[in-house]
Structures are given as C-alpha cells and as structure tokens.
Design a protein around this ligand. Structure first.
Ligand SMILES: NC(=O)c1ccc[n+]([C@@H]2O[C@H](COP(=O)([O-])OP(=O)(O)OC[C@H]3O[C@@H](n4cnc5c(N)ncnc54)[C@H](OP(=O)(O)O)[C@@H]3O)[C@@H](O)[C@H]2O)c1
Length: 328
C-alpha cells in the first residue's frame, strides 16, 4: 500500500482576493500536479469583519462541509485544530497579524510584502526561532517549476545588494511607480527592477512587448515571458546560437474536477513538506533572504521619500492593535 500523504491543517486569516486564490488551490487534488507525499485540509477561516463574511468566503471557494468560521483573527489562532495560519491581510497588517499567530504557537505562511520594515521582519524571525515555529514569506512564484529551472538556487549563499531607487508618488503620498537598481559588487552583477501600478509589463496580455524578465550573462540570455507575477514560459538564447531560441512552456496543472489551478499550491506543498520534516524555514526562501528583501524595500522607500504611519511601522507587538482586532 502507498504511504499516506502528510496532511497539513490550514487556518486562513482574512477573506480577500488572494485568500480566495490560495484556498481554491489548497482545495485542488494534489494528484492533478503529481504530488503524492503531502496534502492539505482547510479547517478554519477567519474574517475580521464578521463570521458571516467567513461563511460567504467558504461558499465562494466551494469549500467542503465542516470548516470552522470565525469573526476574529484571535479566535482563529486559538483553534487547536490549526497547524498553520495563512496570513492574507494587507502588508500593513502582516507584522501584527503574524505575531498574533506566532504568539499563539502557530506556524505561519505570510503573504508578501512580508512586512513594512526590516526591523519587523527581523522580529518575526526572532519570534519564530525562539518559539521553534515554521515561518515563510509567501513568494509563490519561487515554488513554480519554472523558477526552479531558471532563477532559484536553493542553499546558495546570496549577496545582499547595494540599492539605488527612485519613486514617483500619487498626490496622496502613496508610491505609484518605482525603479530600483541593485548592485552585487562581489558577484560583479547588477539587476534593474521596475514596477508601476498603472503601466503593465505585458501591454496586450500576449507578450507582444517582449519578455517581462531578462537574465543576461556572458553565455547568453534567459527570457521569462510575462506576466512577471505568474510566468508560464521561458526562453533560452545561447551566445552564438545563430538565431535559435529554446522555448520552454511551464503550464500550471489544472484540477479538472474543481476547474481550478492558479499555481499557489506549490508554495503550500513546500510548507507541508517543511512541517513534515520539522524544518522551521524553507531552504528555497530562507529567513535571511526575506530580511534582505525588506532591507532593500525599506531603502528604496527611504530614497523615494515614502513615509508610513507609526501604526504600521512599529515593531512593538500589540495583540489589541486595531490591525489585529479589525477596527477600521
Ligand atoms: N502572492 C501574490 O501574488 C499576491 C497577489 C495579490 C496580493 N498579495 C498580497 O496579499 C495581501 C492581501 O492582498 P489582497 O489582494 O487579497 O487584498 P484584499 O482583497 O483587499 O484583501 C485583504 C483582506 O484583509 C482583511 N483586512 C483586515 N483589515 C483590513 C483593512 N484595514 N483594510 C483592508 N483589508 C483588511 C480583509 O479580510 P477580512 O475582512 O476577512 O478580515 C480583506 O478582505 C497583500 O499583502 C498583498 O500584497 C499577494
């Protein structure tokens, strides 16, 4: 008889857009993506708005019977049936919400951006370490098979870059368009990242404007086709290839029965494997890297002159913060 998969019991904090995408993926059959060793069970959902919102969410995702609904995040993290909490609130809330879960003894997968400041990210990591809990930033594309082929190099010591950034702001002061140059002096390499709320990288949705990501080196170029947040194809153009382009498609497997497959299940599988193996952090996205990402973000915001209020930048945990109690 085949060994039983290791099943992880999930509690979902918040009922917005990304929570819906993630939970629909959690509910897909792992066999549809050829995964046999781990499985996922949705046990509870919490909305800071009301228990009714949590119930409507379950209807939207076509959840099976028996999932508990809560009208507060505090109740969710106290649920003994929950192994891991998925924090799907706005990033302004991540520090307080993740601390709420960690303080209650729960493992956490926290949406990106991980936090608002690097100090907050460090505090989350310190708390997870001292409480011997699993903690991971939900950089879902890191776990795409495509990323394994092209970008991620697990276990390799990465160099923290120097950062130069410029930001255009709305009249409200919110960051609208950001360009960042990253310099890796030891590796003699550089990266340029551009993002904008109003201008898409893939103008017509058919990659007519070229690749969303280019990785260039002396031996050639890898092009990752858009959209950058959910790439499904990459191309390899070797130096002296005489115009030959190797095209590799990496489609996201669909669960035909649920008519769904967004690609977030791979990060959930990683969490389940880490919990099964007693790992507290993912080797594909170690804590140190999430902290470096936040240091870069913080530096870019500083150089771009973006200021956030104390309520969301504080690294002092407060279970009764409005970010935890849902007072709007
Ligand atoms: N991985 C990805 O590709 C990806 C994509 C999009 C977004 N994200 C990240 O996921 C997080 C959530 O994004 P989203 O698009 O799901 O946002 P959203 O649709 O606005 O949902 C956020 C949810 O957070 C809860 N919430 C608690 N306090 C809130 C407040 N003061 N204002 C608004 N919402 C509040 C609400 O749920 P309740 O009322 O049920 O508590 C709300 O539905 C963000 O950090 C975002 O950066 C990641």
């Amino acid at each position: 008889m085949a060994p039983q998969p290791h099943t992880v019991r999930w509690g979902i904090m918040a009922t917005g857009w990304i929570a819906e995408m993630f939970v629909k993926d959690l509910l897909t059959n792992p066999a549809a993506r050829h995964v046999q060793d781990v499985a996922h069970k949705l046990v509870a959902v919490a909305s800071s708005t009301s228990k009714d919102s949590a119930a409507s969410f379950l209807t939207k995702v076509k959840a099976p019977e028996g999932v508990t609904t809560y009208g507060s995040y505090a109740e969710l993290v106290a649920d003994p049936d929950v192994d891991i909490v998925y924090v799907a609130t706005p990033h302004s809330h991540h520090f307080q919400n993740t601390m709420l879960a960690l303080e209650a003894g729960k493992n956490v997968l926290c949406e990106k951006a991980f936090t608002v400041t690097a100090a907050q990210a460090k505090k989350l990591v310190e708390t997870a370490r001292s409480k011997k809990l699993f903690l991971m930033e939900a950089v879902w594309t890191r776990y795409f098979p495509l990323a394994y082929c092209t970008i991620a190099s697990p276990n390799k010591k990465k160099e923290a870059p120097k950062t130069v950034a410029a930001i255009n702001k709305y009249a409200t002061g919110a960051d609208e368009m950001t360009n960042i140059i990253l310099q890796f002096p030891k590796h003699k390499s550089m990266g340029i990242a551009m993002t904008c709320l109003r201008i898409p990288t893939d103008t017509d949705g058919h990659n007519s404007s070229g690749p969303a990501i280019k990785i260039q080196g002396p031996l050639g170029e890898i092009q990752v086709m858009g959209p950058a947040f959910k790439p499904l194809q990459y191309r390899v153009i070797k130096k002296d290839s005489a115009g030959k382009v190797e095209i590799v498609d990496c489609p996201i497997p669909q669960d035909r029965e649920r008519d769904w497959g967004h690609g977030m299940f791979w990060e959930a599988d990683e969490c389940a494997r880490c919990l099964r193996d007693g790992k507290k952090e993912s080797s594909t996205l170690p804590w140190e890297e999430s902290i470096v990402i936040m240091e870069i973000m913080e530096e870019a915001l500083k150089q771009g002159g973006v200021d956030y209020p104390e309520l969301i930048t504080t690294d002092v945990y407060d279970a009764k913060s409005p970010l935890n109690t849902g007072k709007r």
